[in-house]
Design a protein around this ligand. Structure first.
Ligand code: HEC
Ligand code: HEC
Ligand code: HEC
Length: 198
């Protein structure tokens, strides 16, 4: 790209991203297009914009259909589907869940209670304006819960602090959280070496 083309793309991207920050209401489709323009910005600025904007959760199927169910990427979708986080919403229908719900004074079915959904689904039981049509709470804790959003996994890799926002016993007892050990159990790395063009 020539320098003046680069400048034009940069200015356009800033304009698009200002719309994201300033206007809280957009259709999901418009939002998705605007959101991708974040990548035209330099890394530091794009991170800032991503933190300011209202995020719309797209759901795990979308991550799979875009990139993450391919061998060259490392089959993250399959790994997550077979991992513990995929059961996080379903286990709220168990007997044990009713017991925890009673102790926590949750007045409704655990699968409807924001007290429980806070850690048992992606998006923590926010109202529907935060979700696109492809999001399903049945999928439990998915990519966006840890990577803070679709399209931004390149810039956001979760650390122990992020796990601890859910892996704590503020509502019920949980097993001891050893970051190294627990991370191994859910590991879903990209294959080593150069990432092939996909
Ligand atoms: C602060 C985050 C958080 C909240 C809020 C929360 N949970 Fe959990 N829950 C977890 C985590 C983390 C686990 C994984 C358990 C482990 O690592 O031992 C879990 C596991 C469970 C399990 C399966 C394991 C077991 O102990 O049988 C049930 C059932 C459960 N939660 C029900 C509930 C219910 C019902 C509510 C609402 C009253 C709730 N949880 C609220 C974080 C949370
Ligand atoms: C429970 C939290 C959690 C969930 C859910 C999760 N991830 Fe991750 N992901 C991580 C952690 C932790 C790492 C390793 C971070 C590091 O290496 O510093 C990681 C690493 C990755 C990497 C490798 C990044 C790299 O640069 O090599 C990719 C790609 C990825 N995740 C995609 C996904 C996708 C797609 C999903 C959903 C299908 C998903 N993740 C679900 C926590 C999660
Ligand atoms: C949005 C909340 C949330 C976040 C963030 C989260 N988890 Fe979990 N995690 C859960 C819930 C809820 C369960 C229980 C699911 C079940 O038992 O089916 C769970 C279960 C697990 C389990 C299986 C049970 C156990 O404790 O051995 C592992 C391993 C795990 N998480 C690792 C991680 C790691 C590592 C991170 C950070 C990279 C992380 N989780 C981030 C909510 C979360």
């Amino acid at each position: 790209m020539k320098t003046n083309q680069k400048i034009a793309v940069f200015v356009l991207s800033i304009a698009l991203n200002l719309i994201i920050i300033i206007s809280p209401v957009q259709s999901n489709q418009t939002y998705a297009i605007l959101e991708k323009s974040v990548f035209l910005l330099p890394k530091g600025i794009s991170r800032f914009v991503q933190e300011k904007q209202k995020y719309h959760y797209v759901g795990i199927e979308k991550c799979a259909s875009v990139c993450h169910n391919k061998e060259e990427m490392g089959f993250q979708f399959n790994i997550m589907k077979n991992g513990p986080h995929s059961q996080a919403f379903k286990i709220l229908a168990s007997k044990r869940a009713l017991h925890y719900a009673k102790n926590a004074n949750a007045k409704v079915d655990p699968q409807e209670s924001t007290i429980c959904l806070k850690c048992h689904v992606t998006g923590g039981g926010l109202d529907s304006s935060f979700f696109t049509a492809t999001y399903k709470k049945d999928d439990g804790v998915t990519c966006e819960a840890c990577h803070k959003g679709a399209y931004i996994t390149k810039t956001f890799l979760p650390t122990e602090t992020d796990c601890l926002t859910c892996h704590n016993d503020s509502v019920h007892k949980i097993s001891k959280f050893d970051f190294k050990d627990k991370s191994k159990k859910i590991a879903h790395p990209r294959p080593k070496g150069e990432l092939k063009k996909i």
